[in-house]
Ligand binder design. Structure first.
Ligand code: BG6
Length: 466
């Protein structure tokens, strides 16, 4: 069996990592504008020039050129996010910024003109800075209503042209980085487990509320959740490692279960007890949570190895989700594990557990790259990227052949952009190279890499020609 006829091949980007124009056209600041070094660095009082996200890759001004490149590759879908603070600059404004709405009108229309289905992430690690400062982001319940107001505004505006929506990018990352995932400004060491779980609860309620409203606006919309889905592997078959693996896996399942079943799973009670958490859940929250999603989307970069006694082992590198070093897999330039079979495993796992259609919303390899001139052509020979995607797409095909329902695959990121974890440009994921360096220099010109033609052929053959 091959990929379904209407399979959605494409790629994904996030507003704060590519748009730039951080304080123009009515946009307010978000927490990203004061995180110049990503999750690893300090938060600054005001935006600083060393923050590459302020200009990004200038998608704001070059969206036509970029969408044209995606269309040349034959994209069926383009996943991008809306910058909430471009629509509501402070988050709690009463009236949206029309200029921001027009910008996304244009992006959507450009996609449609090129026969590309837009898939919108409502919140991709980006919350208006004012809400982060005033309410500590989603730690406060009040922010649910502001998010719902924003989401309703954009869904009403675009629902006739955009069918697929995701609520929060990698919602489970809130437990790892509450600042990145939920705009919590309190210093990380002072954020308690109680705070993290309550913050995540507010996001889960907000996500379900938006699903309820979206379906009321247009019952044909397809609403998905999105989680960072590294499958957990035990370091050994020691029973204690197995239990550690199970509990670590449940940290992911917790989020997907609420989205798919409309309530917390049975093991939530144990998680809360272990973390000394007393969740404030109102009866209205319980009602709202019953608005479940239509599909599960997730990012997959690699599997994650865990052990009962982690100190006995070496850590592997990774962006936000890091595990122990796995001796059985390959490693990238950045020393991140590469494990295509883990994708087949998590696809089966999620389908077994939740029985909903799946969407691989992110998958990619970051590498340091430099333009070279070959036969008068400036390019990047990124065979490792071709190899990476080839193997992951094969894993997806294997899962489809076993009966797993997969509706789409968007690579991270089809065009180079600023990294989320470390806010650098030199870690590149694209099929298209953007001439911008870590010191901010560069023409911002776009160049096709070798993988560009490869992905184009792959899409053309609906996944047959790998
Ligand atoms: C995912 C995020 O976790 O990983 C993206 O949703 C991010 O925003 C991607 O860019 C790759 O991570 P990084 O840190 O290498 O950019």
């Amino acid at each position: 069996m091959a990929f379904p006829k209407n399979f959605l091949w494409g790629g994904a980007l996030a507003a704060n990592q590519c748009e730039g124009a951080y304080n123009s056209y009515g946009k307010g600041l978000s927490q990203q504008d004061v995180m110049p070094k990503g999750v690893r660095g300090p938060v600054t009082e005001l935006p600083t020039n060393d923050n590459l996200k302020l200009v990004g890759t200038d998608f704001y001004h070059r969206y036509k050129e970029d969408i044209h490149l995606l269309s040349e590759m034959g994209f069926k879908v383009f996943r991008f996010s809306i910058a909430w603070s471009r629509i509501f600059p402070n988050g709690d404004d009463l009236i949206p910024n029309e200029e921001g709405l027009i910008f996304y009108d244009n992006v959507i229309n450009e996609c449609l003109k090129n026969n590309i289905e837009p898939l919108i992430t409502l919140s991709h690690y980006e919350i208006p800075l004012h809400l982060c400062k005033k309410f500590d982001g989603f730690k406060s319940r009040e922010v649910i209503d502001y998010f719902v107001r924003y989401a309703e505004t954009v869904i009403r505006r675009y629902h006739d042209r955009v069918k697929y929506w995701l609520t929060f990018n990698e919602i489970n990352v809130t437990l790892i980085s509450p600042l990145l995932g939920a705009g919590v400004m309190t210093e990380k060491s002072k954020v308690t487990e109680q705070d993290k779980f309550q913050t995540a609860h507010h996001q889960l309620v907000a996500s379900a509320k938006v699903t309820e409203i979206a379906k009321g606006i247009n019952s044909n919309l397809m609403i998905g959740c999105m989680a960072a889905s590294a499958p957990r592997y035990p370091m050994t078959c020691h029973p204690k490692d197995m239990i550690t693996m199970m509990e670590s896996q449940q940290e992911l399942d917790y989020f997907i279960h609420v989205h798919c079943e409309g309530k917390y799973p049975y093991f939530a009670k144990r998680m809360w007890e272990q973390n000394n958490v007393k969740l404030d859940i109102t009866s209205e929250d319980e009602r709202v949570l019953q608005n479940t999603v239509d599909f599960i989307s997730f990012s997959y970069y690699s599997s994650k190895v865990v052990a009962y006694n982690e100190n006995e082992y070496t850590m592997a590198n990774g962006n936000i989700m890091r595990g122990l070093k796995n001796p059985y897999v390959d490693y990238s330039d950045y020393n991140y594990p590469i494990d295509p079979e883990g994708l087949r495993y998590i696809l089966n796992y999620l389908y077994d557990h939740f029985h909903k259609p799946l969407f691989v919303a992110e998958n990619g390899i970051g590498a340091k790259e430099e333009l070279v001139e070959i036969n008068n052509e400036i390019m990047i020979v990124d065979d490792y990227r071709i190899d990476f995607h080839k193997k992951h797409i094969q894993a997806m095909e294997d899962a489809i052949n076993e009966g797993v329902d997969i509706i789409g695959y968007t690579t991270w990121a089809p065009i180079d952009c600023v990294s989320a974890a470390s806010a650098e440009l030199s870690k590149r994921y694209g099929f298209v190279y953007v001439d911008r360096n870590d010191d901010g220099s560069g023409s911002l010109n776009r160049y096709k890499k070798k993988s560009f033609e490869w992905y184009k052929k792959l899409i053309e053959s609906n996944g047959m020609e790998k």
